[in-house]
Design a protein around this ligand. Sequence first.
Ligand SMILES: [Zn+2]
Length: 429
Amino acid sequence: MKTTHQATETPRPPAALARLARLGCLFAAVSLVACGPTPDTPASDGSSDSGANRGADAASGADGVDAISDDAAGHDVSAGPRLVHVTLGDHKTLADGRTADIAFDLPVGVTAIVVRVEGDPALHYILASLERDAGFSLIPKAWLDQAPVPDACVTPCANRMAAQPGAAAFLFPNTPLVDLRPGPHRLRVYAFDAKRQPAQTTVQVSLDLVRPRAPPGGWRLPVNLCLTGAMGWNAGNALDQPRLVAALVTAQQLLAPAGIALDPIRTVNVSAKGQYIASQHGPDSDLMQLFLSGDGLPNGLNVFLTERVVAVGGLPGANVVLGLAGGIPGLPNSVGHARDGIALSLVVPPGQTDVLGHTMAHEIGHYLGLFHASEAKSASGSGVHDTLPDTLPDDPTNLMFWSVGTQATKLSHEQIQVMRRSPWLVAVP
Ligand SMILES: [Zn+2]
């Protein structure tokens, strides 16, 4: 079972194995995201200082960020930059795992935010509540008391969210069922350990405030293709590989309806240790080390090309994960953190179709904020579907269906709206 934020797809296992695989995913369906890791590292008690200093991060000037300005709280910035990053300071979680209320103001014109929580990599983070002062809850404060596990908020939260270890990001809104309005808000963070027990620690909280834009040239998403040497591909020859070029063309075509272009596409070499990803949990896992190998790269979504990512508890014959994303969404404009990037398996198991391009677009969809349109059905036949009104249940033609095949090509209007809120996107004039 899993907690995370990792969206993993098993490659349509043979029929005899499909039922077992779905049982595995069923547990995950409780946590909303597909099959993924369970926290397996003991929690540490890292309580330290707390505070409520609210200030602005220093401007980074990084590619992919229109602008980073001063604290925008209380100011009308509707005519200002598309993206403003605001720090909300360090906050201590108490014995119940929750911080006290963290207050912030949403300026006029901001219609989307990403809440970012960073802390001890051995702990998981999710929001305990997010409320407007007018009494409207984007995340109802009682959800943790009702949920069997804190891994994700599904049914009580129209705006879904999934916990992540070490660093977590939460996009609002990710459904038209909720909206953001200007004015005072308050949130609480919840931290829990590997045993899903509340943890006392200190977290850093910040916001990305997003104002809508309709750029004439659409959007571009900078991409770093991170080559591990798998398949003999490296930074020098990767874009000469017909299979990779075809996959990039497919991914571009699938994202084109959203007006999103992968641009620029850089190729970089990373550690060859990343060719085989056998573990996904904890700071020392292969997956975390793979993501960390992207440290120092230019601002962009790191797309790691590995020989294979082995499924957790993998079944013989169905033990390769096509791809996974470091977050739903990934940390905005963060490169080189242990959660930063997506990983794609290049191996094509016998009898399987090559869906590298579809998987790439699917994982990018997660990284920009999309949950699965539908999760795998449980043994009882019931399924979990997203809260978007224009995606059909159990539709394998949707790009964000839990199992990726060549027929997974569609993005709904609302899915496109979610993706366009991502701080990762750069407006093209
Ligand atoms: Zn997925």
